[in-house]
Design a protein around this ligand. Structure first.
Ligand code: IPE
Ligand code: MG
Length: 231
């Protein structure tokens, strides 16, 4: 979800205004995802690198996160959405951590859209964390070194219980992944748009899905093989 700050600055407003406006785009995209029958939607809200921003901005983002959690979760629950946070939440305030836990518990049994918010998340952290878990399992003789393969490492990464990541959207005009779902994005279709996050509405989301539908996914095979398999 990139481009909040620039969106606000372009209108001569403070960056915070952009972050607040971005919440509306979250609502729009959640709605679009439900309409399109998307099983899981993961939004990158705050990266492990975002702590380096000015203290004031970080604190505004934390307040906004807390505010959105308290205000929106009931609505998510009503819409049968399962909410979870991925990332190292231990660095957040106790109050925020409690609120996250409460929201996750409230919506845990919902079987509609799975909405994950990546907060203090980093793709490298995710992979390193999975490696650490496996290493400790080897150390405790729960698994042997030979057991470790892609599948087992995958099982310890975030979102392992979800279907494979199909589409990764980046708004805001930068053409990079910036440490988002690195492991999970191995075969994802990438969609980049110059639209700034607060301008990314339901129509923009539908457009991204349409583009995704036009892509041919070969997974290392030839185009002919894919066509044959479809017939
Ligand atoms: C994305 O918008 C939101 C967060 C990273 C929290 P930015 O704050 O990165 O907006 P730009 O890139 O400066 O416009
Ligand atoms: Mg940015």
């Amino acid at each position: 979800m990139d481009g909040n700050g620039r969106w606000a600055q372009a209108q001569g407003k403070r960056r915070v205004t952009g972050h607040k406006a971005g919440v509306e785009s979250v609502r729009a995209v959640v709605k679009g995802a439900r309409k399109a029958g998307v099983k899981a939607l993961t939004l990158f809200a705050f990266s492990s690198e975002n702590w380096q921003r000015p203290e004031k901005e970080v604190s505004v983002l934390m307040d906004l996160f807390m505010y959105v959690l308290t205000r929106e979760v009931k609505r998510l629950h009503k819409n049968n959405i399962c909410f979870q946070v991925i990332g190292d939440v231990s660095r957040f305030s106790d109050k925020l951590q409690k609120s996250i836990k409460k929201s996750e518990q409230l919506t845990a049994n919902n079987d509609g859209l799975i909405l994950s918010i990546a907060a203090n998340y980093g793709g490298r952290w995710d992979i390193a964390n999975a490696a650490k878990i496996l290493a400790s399992q080897v150390k405790n003789s729960e698994i042997s070194l030979e057991d470790i393969d892609e599948k087992l490492l995958h099982s310890q990464t975030c979102l392992a219980e979800l279907p494979a990541l199909d589409l990764l959207i980046r708004t805001g005009g930068d053409y990079r992944i910036s440490n988002f779902l690195l492991w999970q994005a191995a075969y994802a279709e990438l969609y980049f748009t110059d639209i700034l996050w607060p301008d990314f509405d339901e129509e923009q989301f539908e457009k991204a899905i349409d583009v995704f539908d036009q892509r041919e996914r070969r997974y290392g095979q030839t185009g002919e093989q894919v066509k044959q398999a479809k017939e």
